[in-house]
Write a protein that binds this ligand. Sequence first.
Ligand code: AGP
Length: 372
Amino acid sequence: SAAEKAGYASFMLKEIAEQPKAVADTLLGRVDGSGTLSLDEVRIPPGVLREVDKVVVVACGTAFHAGLIAKYAIEHWTRIPCEVELASEFRYRDPILDQRTLVVAISQSGETMDTLMALRHAREQGARVLAICNTNGSTIPRESDAVLYTHAGPEVAVASTKAFLTQLVACYLVALYLGQVRGTKYGDEIGDVVRDLSGISGAVEQVLGTMEPVRELARSLAHKNTVLFLGRHVGHPVALEGALKLKELAYMHAEGFAAGELKHGPIALIEEDLPVVVVVPSPRGRSVLHDKIVSNIQEIRARGARTIVIAEEGDEAVAPYADHLVRVPATPTLLQPLVATVPLQVFACELATARGNEVDQPRNLAKSVTVE
Ligand code: AGP
């Protein structure tokens, strides 16, 4: 009903707007003033976590994209090898699992059959399963060894938005917690990341306040057939997520690529006036990545692409190559998906609406997929 949408035209718009609070709620109470994480709710004993020699993330759709980003954080902060796999593929390849494998199953609904079957398979092989879930008491957390709940609140729109951002926060917390327990990350370093994470709610709010040009752009592209998305590092899963949102809401052909792969094939798709969204990593820190993506943007623009560039404030190097420039607040590279995804959600929602689509109930889709 209209009342449930609190004045928004759709649940999706309401849920996009709720993201600053959802992100803050997921952090709440999980870290103390000294930067120590207290995840008592993760009932896997520290002794077991210290023995873990491999992390495997399983999930579907948007939750899978959160898992792809989690891999960067887990490997960087803990030095434990991490694999990410589509839950629907996982058990059919006879994966190598044992008591020292930690499987992280990410699911908003907690009822996704593919993810449930993957975690059952993992537990049969002796692996421990930690669920990251948004729905209290649902099947996936009930069948897992432990659960870290995301506190996004109920997500009604079929397209996942606030659940995704909170899945990312939960993944970062799990990575830091593993680092804390295993001694690869120390209090002050964890404190630094937690401080950065605490600033994200405000950064997302700031992004939301600057979306009018993105909505205008989306409306102007409503007649297009294809939109491509490019990113590197954690920007690659963000590109995949931007493309998924556009497919499911706007029913458009949309694809995400790792920018470095362009020259291995996809660049042949570039033609005059094709919209290409590029997620640009921070020029600070890993500046090699930044320089590489700037040359990717030049390459596609030279072939006629209409470049839509998501870049952090103060990144002037990229500006001359952007036909449309979308600014996001500066964040550490690993955390950038929390701000860079938001304009892509708004873009897909507005474009779908301009095409006359019902954004909360896209055709052929259900909110949770309870069949394999
Ligand atoms: C996201 O916009 C999709 N509707 C879909 O990909 C979803 O993320 C996927 O089905 C997984 O759902 P879950 O998080 O409830 O397990």
